[in-house]
Design a protein around this ligand. Structure first.
Ligand code: DGL
Length: 273
């Protein structure tokens, strides 16, 4: 790891989901090289314990260290929810998670002071979004709901039609959005793919907050503040993709998450402590 302008940004996630964050980073910071690691052999993280997710997260960071990264983005909400303190304590470079940036946008944009957050069981049980929202705006009323079935629906490409609509109605239709909630945080990498169906179910008065864009803005700010942003427009931009399972499914499903064809992912082994 190297605090130098020309080094790359490292990004890790449990699998393909973090490609929604990588996509926002590529749009916001086109001059920056990136190394993306998807821990496809161990996905999902959202139903695992905080201890195990932290152990996997440290192993991911260790693997990315070999690529000389200057900043680490924890694109996975579940890993951001449980492993940020351990990662920040161990790494000599800035570490940006997806929770604080998403919470900031939500806390600033709610007019009614009532916000809902959805995520994996691990993210919701950790209380990380609830804590971040209250730290930013203590008077906020925060409602939270785990929506585990949204992850396989997004990966299977079931993002419209009756099945995702019924699932969304089941998760979001009842108490979650009663009483004036006007902001809904999509606290999982996969949920932006379902934003149309979620929007239909929650109605036009509820604003959806996608952490990916907020995170890309935060990375931009940190790089600038730390004088780590690339400024040479002629320097070549590299994109590396690493996975821990064989790459086929990652390449196929990932193209939908990234919004462009994917090729050249390399399989690596993680060294677990
Ligand atoms: N990337 C995870 C997250 O954002 C979702 C998939 C998983 O459970 O690993 O929480």
């Amino acid at each position: 790891m190297r605090r130098e302008r020309h080094a790359a940004i490292g990004v890790f996630d449990s699998g393909v989901g973090g490609l929604t964050v990588l996509k926002a980073l590529m749009e916001r910071l086109p001059l920056e090289s990136t190394v993306y690691l998807g821990d496809t052999a161990r996905v999902p993280y959202g139903t695992k314990s905080g201890e195990v997710v932290t152990q996997y997260s440290l192993a991911n960071a260790h693997a990315l260290a070999e690529y000389d990264v200057k900043l680490l983005v924890v694109a996975c909400n579940t890993a951001s929810a449980v492993a940020l303190p351990a990662l920040r304590a161990k790494l000599p470079i800035p570490v940006v998670g997806v929770i604080e940036p998403g919470a900031k946008v939500a806390a600033e944009s709610s007019r009614t002071g009532k916000v809902a957050v959805i995520g994996t069981p691990g993210t919701i049980a950790s209380g990380a979004y609830q804590k971040a929202l209250h730290a930013l705006r203590p008077s906020l009323e925060v409602h939270a709901q785990a929506c585990p079935l949204f992850v396989p629906l997004a990966e299977e490409g079931w993002v419209d039609g009756d099945v995702p609509r019924l699932v969304a109605e089941e998760y979001l239709g009842r108490e979650l959005l009663t009483g004036g909630v006007d902001t809904l945080v999509l606290g999982c990498t996969h949920y932006p793919l379902l934003s149309q169906v979620i929007h239909k179910v929650v109605g036009p008065r509820v604003t959806l907050v996608d952490s990916a864009h907020a995170t890309a803005d935060e990375v931009t700010r940190v790089l600038r503040d730390e004088e780590l942003n690339r400024t040479d427009v002629r320097a070549s931009v590299e994109r590396h993709f690493l996975v821990t399972d064989t790459p086929n499914r990652f390449l196929e499903v990932g193209a939908r998450f990234l919004g462009r064809p994917l090729s050249g992912a390399r399989q690596i082994d993680l060294k677990l402590a």
